[in-house]
Design a binder for this molecule. Structure first.
Ligand code: NAD
Length: 493
């Protein structure tokens, strides 16, 4: 990846983007479009289709037909695998072009985007493709007069609704296992991160995925997303996004066909640093990157740092130094470590949390709008060094580069503060005391607890939340459970 390659991709004019439905590009039924605004400089890059209810229905019908006639689900798993591997290869071959396209639309720094978006999506497709012909049904230990066979069957049509922070990575966590399992899909990207998903859907067709198997409909959540959730023809709904939308999806499922709904929601993840952390400077550096990379727009971001009181001052000093060293700016500059905030709306929300902390008299370091002359949406990392459990910042997800630091005195207090949240997505504990590390892993209510590190887990382990962070799991072989149903054959011999 050279800066010159990136600059020529940045300058490339973009076509108007259309939905991908039933193997074809189609415009919105009423001709509607949405402007695609770049957070890099606030300019309008292009447009994409503003999906209607009719567009969504057409995609669901195509997916239903493609599932029911068996053009994909009845193929031998090894044949699906071959097509999916070809798709992964095409994504990899076009990785830089796809990454730059995504950064122009959502502002993630290019170094991270290249790895976390096209390359991770290709790896995810490959992982599930490779696994699908190695999964077996079961023969149950029954009375010998009977044969009990347990089949695993694709669940049918899957609706997927994804957010804007890592559209391809999170999208692939859904479509990788779903398509490998033999399901068909209608996917709705977020309004501010649609282009790369449309591009990989084109590549899916080039790889030989039959028409109607993978459909992408762009548009507003309240129109396209809501229609998918209300549909009688969608069997399973998988979602990553906010808790508010998650609630609406559960209501829609209850109102319609009781489709299963799997939610990956937000977090307010505690990163707990004990005085016996193996290396305080390393802990501060990793904590800074764990909240400030991608401008804090990471579901598992360590947004609450709990620090043992005896090291609080030293830790905050180191954290501030590492935060100040993070280069914020043009996400297409390879030297940038934190790019633009996805939208002006999100930027203003982030700044409002910082202003509120200042108004409460908290010790706030950084957290101002910067580079406004570019027209883009940037802010410096914000540290609130003495956040209190009653502060909104301690309780609500910001989804931006703003961290609450709070001191604690005992292990029991650290556990209580860590669990004092409606969320339960991620956590970390820094300590050299092995017994304490394992005690904390048991006591903290979260889907993943890191020890002496933060983030960076790979595809082989599940990601999912407890409490109001969601249900179900992305990643790992467990992700297949959402897309493969169990069916029993009970045979009298
Ligand atoms: P959001 O809920 O507003 O939007 C997510 C998706 O839902 C978008 O595609 C949107 O168009 C759609 N949507 C919105 N309203 C809808 C409705 N009424 N019916 C159907 N669909 C609708 O969330 P966001 O602002 O895009 O994403 C940020 C949130 O996502 C944060 O809370 C963050 O923590 C969470 N997130 C979670 C994970 C995870 O794995 N747990 C990962 C990334 C982001």
């Amino acid at each position: 990846m050279s800066q010159n390659q990136i600059e020529s991709l940045r300058a490339a004019p973009l076509p108007a983007f259309q939905h991908i439905v039933d193997g074809r590009q189609v415009s919105a039924s009423d001709g509607g479009t949405m402007a695609v605004v770049s957070p890099i400089d606030g300019s309008v890059l292009t447009t994409c289709a503003r999906g209607t209810v009719a567009d969504t229905d057409a995609a669901i019908t195509a997916a239903r037909r493609a599932f029911d006639d068996g053009r994909w689900s009845d193929l031998p798993p090894a044949a699906r695998k071959k097509t999916l591997l070809k798709w992964a290869e095409l994504i990899e071959a076009n990785a830089l072009e796809i990454a730059v396209l995504g950064v122009r639309e959502n502002g993630t720094e290019i170094g991270m985007a290249l790895k976390a978006e096209p390359l991770s999506a290709a790896a995810t497709i490959r992982y599930y493709a490779e696994a699908i012909d190695k999964l077996h049904g079961e023969i149950a230990a029954t009375d010998p007069a009977f044969l009990g066979l347990v089949h695993r069957e694709p669940v049918g049509v899957v609706g997927a609704i994804v957010p804007w922070n890592f559209p391809l990575m999170i999208g692939a966590w859904k479509f990788g296992p779903a398509l490998a399992a033999g399901c068909t899909m209608v996917l709705k990207p977020a309004e501010t991160a649609s282009l790369t998903l449309l591009r990989v859907a084109e590549l899916a067709l080039e790889a030989g995925l039959p028409p109607g198997v993978f459909n992408v409909v762009t548009g507003e959540g309240a129109v396209v997303g809501a229609r998918i959730a209300d549909s009688m023809d969608v069997d399973v709904l998988v979602f990553t996004g906010s808790g508010g939308t998650g609630r609406r999806l559960l209501e829609a499922a209850a109102r319609s066909n009781l489709k299963r709904v799997y939610l990956e929601l937000g977090g307010k993840s505690p990163n707990i640093v004990f005085a016996d952390a193996p290396d305080l400077d390393e802990a501060a550096k990793v904590a800074a990157h764990g909240i400030f990379r991608n401008s804090g727009q990471v579901c598992i971001a360590g947004s609450r740092i709990l620090v043992e009181r005896s090291i609080h001052a030293a830790f905050v000093e180191k954290l501030a130094a590492h935060a100040a060293a993070i280069k914020v700016g043009d996400p297409l500059d390879t030297a940038t470590q934190a790019g633009a905030v996805n939208s002006e709306r999100q930027l203003l929300q982030n700044l409002a949390f910082v202003d509120e902390a200042r108004a409460l008299g908290r010790n706030v370091i950084g957290g101002t709008r910067i580079l406004q002359e570019t027209g883009g949406f940037y802010m410096s990392p914000a540290i609130v060094a003495d956040a209190k459990p009653e502060d909104r910042l301690f309780r609500e997800e910001v989804f931006g580069p703003v961290v609450a630091v709070t001191a604690f005195d005992t292990e029991a207090e650290a556990v209580a503060l860590a669990n004092d949240t409606s969320y339960g997505l991620a956590a970390a504990v820094w300590t050299t005391n092995l017994s304490r590390a394992h005690r904390m892993v048991r006591k903290i209510r979260a889907g993943i607890v890191h020890v002496n590190t933060y983030g960076g887990s790979d595809l082989t382990v599940p990601l999912g939340g407890v409490k109001q962070s969601g249900n179900g799991h992305d990643k790992s072989l467990h992700a297949f459970d959402k897309f493969l149903d169990l069916k029993t054959a009970w045979v009298k011999l």
